[in-house]
Design a binder for this molecule. Structure first.
Ligand code: PLP
Length: 421
């Protein structure tokens, strides 16, 4: 960090008053040293760091930015509702309108519950499945992210074995291991959770295989358990419906969040009639869950989802980015893997077990004005333009050349040494 920079000053001040200097997924602890921790501004597809450096942002706030930062119509709807009533003694009628819109959009959904974070929605899914079945055991895929609650498979500090009780893990896309997990659950299976694709950190992404999705549905039907698709991350970036609708597989519950209101705080759990009774039986709430302004923003976001070609636009740009990067990486003689949907790319280098090449390339990209991530999937947004993709490809070409030349002198990556352990 440059002495005297705003970034350095804010980091020093944060170190005194914020444990660890920063926390959660937005901590730069596991990013290259030169990555900024603080940002001062965002507009469209661009970010400005605390020192005023402009960046093309391929992270999109880790998902919430779908239509562009500071979108005039969406933020306008938010502010108009804020001016007339947001947090009140009861909800605005907008909650009914929004539920109706989502029920109309998402094939499996007959009802909606609203909350704030994706983790609120996945937690409600867990509770509803247990209330519906009067059973406890839940199957997750190893390495899948469903939030930061103590029952979620994250770090162990502060978590008791009880928090993690009644969980069985299988391998994503592995039908035999899913069947074995169901057999192990015996007569206690409450739910099978699935992300719409394998979008785990540090590894290549993978689409859900049709036979895996279908088998999950069949096993839930056979046992009476509920099928939960956690669409918090991929929702509205693959389909204008639950992401598994493309496979023809309908879950009983789906969780939504991140981009649902283009950055405004709202998430949702959608469910089918089968789970309606259990959904009305659980106690789940929050002081801010009924805020009207984020609901107005969500309705405006959904207007864009249904009324524009935002998704096809992102897919065209994502494809141009993918093919352009592949050409440039191979011209530089580098093995560069791009996985996942083109609207949610993840980049990993061949022969790079501690991600030293990935870190070096991302640092080079950053120096050329493009924010990429070395081990997490990224996101495109609809505010991106063909020019942004061209600029990104130009930066990538130079960055490939730079790491190719400097490859032999790259130090082991201490931040990622745990990947080798
Ligand atoms: C981000 C995410 C969550 C948690 O959402 P928060 O808003 O961070 O609580 C849950 N599931 C998936 C798949 C996610 O990507």
């Amino acid at each position: 960090m440059r002495e005297g920079s705003q970034e350095k000053q804010w980091r020093d001040r944060a170190a005194a008053v914020i444990p660890g200097g920063m926390y959660g997924h937005q901590s730069t602890r596991l990013l290259p040293e030169d990555y900024p921790q603080f940002f001062s501004r965002a507009k469209g597809a661009r970010l400005w760091d605390a020192d005023g450096r402009e960046l093309i942002d391929l992270m999109c706030a880790y998902g919430p930015n779908l239509m562009g930062y500071g979108d005039a119509a969406i933020d306008g709807a938010f502010m108009a509702q804020l001016a007339v009533g947001d947090t009140m003694t009861g909800p605005s009628p907008l909650i009914v309108e929004l539920a109706e819109r989502l029920v109309g959009l998402v094939t499996h959904a007959d009802w909606a519950l609203f909350c704030k974070n994706g983790g609120d929605a996945t937690q409600m899914a867990l509770m509803i499945a247990r209330a519906h079945t009067r059973r406890s055991t839940v199957i997750f895929a190893k390495g899948a992210y469903h939030g930061a609650h103590p029952w979620c498979p994250t770090r162990s500090a502060g978590v008791t074995p009880g928090d993690k009780a009644h969980q069985i893990f299988c391998d994503y896309n592995d039908v035999a291991s899913l069947e074995a997990a169901v057999a192990k659950a015996g007569d206690d299976l409450a739910a099978i959770f699935a992300t719409p694709l394998k979008h785990d950190a540090f590894v290549d992404q993978a689409s859900a295989e049709l036979n895996y999705a279908r088998r999950a549905r069949e096993l839930c039907d056979a046992t009476g358990a509920l099928l939960v698709v956690d669409d918090v991350r991929a929702g509205l970036r693959i389909a204008r419906d639950c992401s598994w609708s493309k496979l023809g597989v309908q879950p009983d519950l789906s969780s939504w969040g991140k981009c649902l209101a283009n950055g405004h705080p709202i998430s949702a759990l959608l469910g089918s009639d089968k789970a309606r009774r259990a959904a009305s039986a659980i106690y789940a709430t929050g002081s801010f869950w009924f805020q009207a302004a984020p609901m107005a923003a969500a309705l405006e976001t959904l207007n864009r989802v249904t009324g524009t070609d935002y998704l096809e636009h992102m897919e065209r740009l994502g494809l141009a980015l993918r093919t352009g990067l592949a050409t440039r990486a191979s011209a530089a003689g580098l093995g560069f893997r791009q996985t996942g949907p083109v609207t949610m790319p993840l980049f990993l280098f061949e022969d790079d077990p501690d991600l030293r090449l990935g870190f070096a390339w991302c640092s080079q990209m950053l120096a050329r004005g493009v924010y990429t991530h070395p081990w997490h999937n990224m996101f495109l947004c609809a505010a991106m333009t063909p020019d942004d993709i061209e600029m990104t490809l130009d930066a990538a070409e130079d960055s490939f050349t730079a790491i190719k030349t400097g490859r032999r002198v790259l130090e082991p990556n201490a931040k990622m040494s745990f990947l080798l352990a």
